[in-house]
Ligand binder design. Sequence first.
Ligand SMILES: Nc1nc2c(c(=O)[nH]1)N[C@H]1C(S)=C(S)[C@@H](COP(=O)(O)O)O[C@H]1N2
Ligand SMILES: [Mo]
Length: 318
Amino acid sequence: MIIKTQKSIPASEITDPSVFQQRRTIIKAMAATMLLPSVNTMASVTKAKPHWTNLTNSELSGQFGPETPAEISSNYTNYYEFSFNKEDSTELAQNLQTDNWSVEMTGEIEKPGIYHLEDILSQQTLQEYIYRFRCVEAWSMVIPWVGFPLSAVIKTVKPLSTARFVKFTTVYQPEVMPKQRINAMLDWPYVEALRMDEAMHPLTILAVGMYGDVLPKQNGAPLRLVVPWKYGFKSIKAITKIEFLKRGPLTTWNQFAPDEYGFYANVNPSVPHPRWSQFSERQLGSGFFTPRRETELFNGYGEQVASLYGDMDLRHFF
Ligand SMILES: Nc1nc2c(c(=O)[nH]1)N[C@H]1C(S)=C(S)[C@@H](COP(=O)(O)O)O[C@H]1N2
Ligand SMILES: [Mo]
C-alpha cells in the first residue's frame, strides 16, 4: 500500500541484528566469488530448491505472455508484518517459523478443528495456475502459482447453509514479525475475507508454491490465498485460521481506510483510488520502454466472475 502517514520507526526496528549478520554473510560470500551485489544474486542465495516436477497446468491458467521473473516477484513484496518497504521482507521473512503448520477451521461448518497442513495437502491435487496479479498500487505481475482450489478444502469441512462469508487470518509471530510489535497503522493479525460464493469460485486458490518451487517465505509460505480478479491485498499470506461466518467481518485494509480499500476490491479501471487512477498498470519486470498495460475489469477474468456481482453497483461496492 502507499501509506498516507507513516509514524517514525525506532532504529532498533529497522534492522534486526541477526538479519544484519545474515546480510553481511551474504555480502562476504558475494565478494568471495566476485559476484555483482545485485538483487538477482541475493535471490539465488535464498531461493528454495525445486520442489515439484510434473505438475499439470490448470485449465484456468491464462496465456499471458511472459511470466514475471522470479527474481522480481520474490524480491519486491508487500508484507507489512515485516516491513513497509518492498525489498526488506526477502531477508526478514526468513525468520518466520513455518514448520508443523496447521490451520484452524471454525464457525458455521460441520467439521471444525485444527488441521495439519500436511493432512490438508494429502487430500488435494496440486496444479500450476498461471494468473495475472494486480496490486491496488497499480503494478502487476504474471505468476505461475502452485496450489489447489479453496473450494476443495471448504467442501471437506462441510459448511452449513448459514456460512455466508469466509474470514482468513495471518499468523501472529511478533517475535519475528517486527511490525506486529509496534502498533503502527494496521491492526494485527492481518485479516481478509470473501463472500462464500467468491470463496467457492474455481479461480480462487490456496497456493503453496510458485514457479514449481515451494513459496518463498516473503511471498506467503506456507499457505496463502490467491484471488486473481481482486486487488492483491485480498490475497492474504501465511494463513493460520479460516472462519465461516454469517456476517461479513472487518478486514485489515478496509478497516484502516474504508474510503480507499473496499471490501470487494475487485480490479476495476473505472473506479479510481481516491489518490491515483486505476486505469493502467506498470508491469513488473518489463523493460523500461514497455508501455503501461491498460487495466481490465476484474483483471481480465470478467467472463468467469462477472455473474457473481449481477447488477451490483461496482462504484458503490468497490
Ligand atoms: N499477511 C499479509 N498478507 C498480504 C500482505 C501483507 O502485508 N500481509 N500484503 C498484500 C498485498 S498489498 C499484496 S499486493 C500481496 C503481495 O503478494 P506478493 O508480495 O507475494 O507479491 O500480498 C497481500 N497479502
Ligand atoms: Mo497490494
